[in-house]
Design a protein around this ligand. Structure first.
Ligand SMILES: Cc1cc2nc3c(=O)[nH]c(=O)nc-3n(C[C@H](O)[C@H](O)[C@H](O)COP(=O)(O)OP(=O)(O)OC[C@H]3O[C@@H](n4cnc5c(N)ncnc54)[C@H](O)[C@@H]3O)c2cc1C
Length: 537
């Protein structure tokens, strides 16, 4: 078999493909900047060559019948060892590949996928479904306990198979990457319009398996809202739900599979609700003198049910870093769009609500476009924010000692802002203990609901080279604890994986966890599918 995916070679130390890797000069530039801001000398480590990485021999032998589908090629095993969390990429950059998969499968057809799964089941090999590998919660790694493990890369099952224009839905294979999916829908004027920040490197199957959140911030936020039906293979056979626009027939089968994180079966395709591409757009970036005025404004806005496609709030720290504001003002970003209806009136209503709550914006800063109208207004801070959001690349700082991560949640408005104060206080203290004063902690709302926001916190500080894992863990432990005890969820859209399993068990009703374990026994009696994710089978 050709020993690389159809999209090219994956990078083993940053997100995406080798072509996404930053150059040594770019890494040097970032190291200089960090040396300057933290007052320490930072040198840029060499990226190891794959041929020099030590890897244990495969512990399994691929049968001849599967040799065209399954490979034990070293590069494939290396590039499928880790997901996308910064510590995983950091381990990779240090050449630490203690638990690689023994083999990687690239099924081209559902029959081949079924044969691979049967082979794993018959031999007790852990079978790890793999989409884009952008999980940030340890969702695709090989558990220490596995005596053999096969990573099943879905990218060759990556096509849009059918478009039903009457019902506005498309049958799409799970291994398709975001850009390929949109490119396939574009010629007929459609879009799925689900854009997680990892969109270029992640897949439809991964989105469904993790209940991903797109960057549209109100109304349709999670992938759940776009799923019409799912097809999945399990060690016990095929599972397929009926295409329906809605149904009251008992607990929803789809809801059981969405968010199952590869523990119940491997999703091969789904019928997804699609829509016409937007033509009319309106955006505004509104500054607020205080964080409090800004989050009060956004609550009024979302409760007015105008349903902007984008409704993001950046605290002053984050607005300074990501959108070029002065570090004292918060930034509210509002965006409306539609394929059919001009959006000018809606943005003007929204701006009025923001101004009533202290928002600062001139009329000419409202940008309106679409139809036969020319674009009016200017982009400003919104454009700055968009570029920094899209330009994210873990490879720039990997291996330089910087500890930077995010934790995200959601909480009802009645608990906010006490929730925010508690997070900043407790996480701020552990950041102080770890890094001293030279650290950052900031917050943005990625999604907003009528009953509460989804706050997303980012922290960073200069760690001790080689000690990043312990230092990160100390911070993560406090962050996870405070999310739960202050009334939030352990994750709003990054999913559970192995990283959040313990906290998920604490927040989920005991009987729900028991029911899921029983379901797993039905779908996967030998517990081969992604063991350790969600719970230890
Ligand atoms: C830079 C960056 C930005 C991110 N931004 C967002 C964001 O905006 N919103 C968001 O929700 N998440 C975000 N994430 C997290 C991640 O991208 C999502 O969880 C995404 O849905 C994972 O998709 P994937 O195809 O990469 O799946 P993978 O990482 O390959 O797998 C994720 C999980 O799904 C399982 N899985 C994958 N494919 C299948 C399948 N076909 N059938 C069954 N199980 C499967 C895997 O076993 C694993 O447990 C971000 C991650 C990064 C690195």
């Amino acid at each position: 078999m050709a020993e690389q995916g159809q999209r090219g070679r994956r990078s083993f130390w940053t997100w995406g493909w080798q072509e996404d890797e930053p150059t040594p000069a770019q890494r040097l530039e970032v190291a200089d900047l960090l040396s300057h801001s933290y007052g320490v000398k930072i040198s840029v480590p060499e990226i190891p060559r794959i041929e020099n990485i030590e890897l244990r021999d495969p512990r399994i032998t691929v049968p001849d019948t599967l040799s065209s589908v399954v490979t034990t090629d070293k590069t494939e095993r290396v590039t499928h060892t880790y997901g996308g969390h910064f510590l995983e990429l950091n381990r990779a950059l240090r050449g630490d590949f203690e638990h690689p998969p023994d083999a990687v499968a690239y099924p081209d057809t559902e029959d081949q996928l079924e044969s691979v799964l049967d082979w794993c089941d018959g031999n007790g090999y852990a079978a790890i479904p793999y989409g884009g590998g952008t999980t940030v919660v340890d969702g695709v790694s090989v558990p220490d306990s596995a005596s053999g493990a096969v990573t099943i890369d879905m990218e060759r099952l990556g096509k849009v198979l059918e478009i039903d224009e009457t019902s506005r839905a498309a049958r799409i294979q799970a291994g398709i990457f975001g850009p390929d999916l949109e490119n396939a829908l574009r010629p007929k004027g459609y879009t799925l319009r689900h854009f997680p920040q990892s969109f270029p490197w992640s897949t439809l199957g991964g989105w469904i398996a993790t209940r991903s959140g797109g960057h549209y911030a109100t109304n349709h936020t999670h992938i759940d809202d776009f799923v019409e039906s799912i097809r999945m293979v399990t060690p016990q056979g095929w599972w397929e739900s009926r295409r329906l626009p809605g149904s009251g027939a008992g607990p929803s089968p789809d809801r059981m599979v969405i968010g199952s994180e590869g523990t119940l079966g491997i999703i091969t395709e789904a019928w997804m609700r699609i829509q016409k591409r937007p033509v009319f757009r309106a955006n505004a970036g509104i500054a607020f003198p205080s964080w409090e005025q800004a989050y009060t404004a956004i609550r009024h806005l979302v409760q007015a049910k105008l349903w902007p496609a984008n409704l993001r709030l950046l605290d002053p720290e984050e607005a300074g870093r990501a959108a070029g504001l002065d570090g004292k003002h918060a930034l509210l970003i509002i965006g409306f769009e539609s394929s059919d209806i001009p959006q000018g009136d809606l943005i003007r209503f929204a701006v009025e609500i923001a101004r009533d709550n202290g928002g600062l914006i001139e009329d000419e800063q409202i940008q309106i476009s679409g139809g036969s109208n020319e674009t009016t207004g200017r982009d400003g801070a919104v454009g700055n924010w968009r570029s920094s959001f899209i330009g994210v690349n873990a490879g720039l700082t990997n291996g330089l000692g910087l500890i930077t991560d995010t934790f995200e949640t959601s909480v009802t408005w009645d608990k906010w802002p006490a929730f925010d104060a508690e997070v900043r206080d407790r996480v701020g203290r552990v950041l102080n203990e770890t890094f001293g004063k030279a650290h950052t902690l900031s917050c943005r709302f990625t999604h907003v609901y009528t009953d509460g926001p989804a706050p997303y916190y980012t922290f960073s500080g200069m760690g001790t080279l080689g000690g990043e894992a312990e230092q990160w863990q100390a911070i993560k432990d406090v962050a996870s604890e405070v999310l739960l005890t202050a009334g939030g969820t352990i994750t709003h859209h990054h999913s559970v994986g192995r990283m959040h399993a313990e906290h998920w068990a604490r927040q989920t009703p005991d009987l729900h966890e028991k029911a899921l374990r029983a379901a797993k026994k039905t779908f996967d009696p030998n517990s081969i599918l992604n063991p350790g994710v969600l719970f230890d089978p």
